[in-house]
Design a protein around this ligand. Structure first.
Ligand code: 5GP
Ligand code: ZN
Length: 112
């Protein structure tokens, strides 16, 4: 989709540090890391947020999560956090579905 930052990253119009790619998803380092490991996993299909996950496309959520856990395993991270911010009030700033993989430090609960 035009003017979508993450679609432009998928199309290589904007450079990124890619850590994993397959036919359906892309994973790359966050430009402003909030932990020693901070990777974003996104579907190649433009989906705005978890609000747009439906019966038809729900398998992509599983793909994102299983790829995130595989990357964490390969990086030898013991505990990690997966975050989907949905909506501005939850902190979503890029409206192309993404899963944050955060690891390499301890995390507090409840989150801020
Ligand atoms: P959100 O706030 O929507 O949950 O997460 C968006 C994430 O995208 C943020 O963590 C932000 O640092 C990251 N981000 C924003 N612009 C870019 C960019 O141009 N390249 C990369 N790699 N990450 C970005
Ligand atoms: Zn997009």
């Amino acid at each position: 989709m035009e003017n979508c930052l993450f679609c432009r990253i998928i199309n290589r119009e904007i450079p990124s540090s890619i850590v994993y790619e397959d036919d359906e998803i892309l994973a790359f380092n966050d430009i402003s890391p909030q932990a020693p490991v901070h990777i974003l996993l996104i579907p190649k299909q433009h989906i705005r947020s978890t609000e747009e996950i439906t019966e038809v496309n729900k398998q992509i959520a599983g793909r994102l999560i299983s790829a995130a856990s595989e990357i964490a395993r390969q990086k030898g991270i013991e505990g990690y956090r997966l975050v989907f911010n949905c909506g501005e009030s939850a902190g979503q700033s890029v409206f192309h579905l993404h899963c944050h993989l955060l690891g390499g430090r301890d995390f507090n609960w409840p989150p801020g």
